[in-house]
Design a protein around this ligand. Structure first.
Ligand code: 5GP
Ligand code: MG
Ligand code: MG
Length: 183
């Protein structure tokens, strides 16, 4: 599904699938250099990061390990609660591993800062973050994010894995959700 297929549900197309892929290719080239000779573990944060992970991982050369973590901080609303709950933990022992957390979006930063602290206690050799999107105006806590796709305005966005009440994840583009959908 493309953003043009649901004009009544969105107010603006922020990023097209093509722009996203181009940016992920740039980041992948950088990550390939930064992690050359290292055994990289990508950790995707379910469910929003599924599309980023699928496209990004396939742009990397060599053998890449992937694992998944499911945390929740949102429920069905559009605001971060700050309360993070593990719904599915990793299967991988992080001891001595080079971990790159793959996230869809940094909004308040609360989820990631919690995850970073949690991962740091598991003995990883290094931990970095890749976020496709970041909302600088919404950040409540600073998060060190080594690879950022796009800084976007402080609006609720959907598509490319990002949902509203489990809808719109299969939208290929990233768009701003029309307020009438959630108000
Ligand atoms: P945080 O506020 O903790 O940084 O964001 C936690 C999670 O909330 C993100 O990983 C993402 O899954 C979800 N989220 C944050 N902002 C948005 C948004 O604009 N749209 C959607 N669909 N999800 C968001
Ligand atoms: Mg997420
Ligand atoms: Mg969500």
């Amino acid at each position: 599904m493309r953003a043009a297929d649901i004009p009544e549900d969105i107010t603006e197309i922020l990023l097209t699938e093509e722009q996203i892929h181009e940016k992920l290719a740039e980041i992948a080239a950088q990550v390939a250099i930064d992690y050359e000779g290292k055994n990289l573990l990508l950790v995707g944060v379910l469910k929003g990061a599924v599309m980023v992970m699928a496209d990004f991982a396939r742009l990397l050369p060599g053998h890449i390990a992937m694992d998944w973590m499911a945390v929740s901080s949102y429920g069905a609303g559009t605001r971060s609660s700050g309360v993070v709950q593990i719904r599915k933990d990793l299967d991988t022992d992080l001891h001595g591993r080079h971990v790159l957390i793959v996230e869809d979006i940094i909004d308040s930063g609360l989820t990631l800062s919690w995850l970073l602290e949690n991962f740091a206690s598991r003995g990883a050799e290094s931990i970095e973050v890749l976020a496709l999107l970041r909302k600088p105006e919404a950040m409540k806590v600073h998060v060190d994010c080594r690879y950022v796709g796009f800084d976007i305005p402080n609006e609720f966005v959907i598509g490319y894995g990002l949902d509203y009440a489990e809808r719109y994840r299969n939208l290929r583009d990233v768009a701003v959700l029309a307020p009438h959908v959630y108000s």
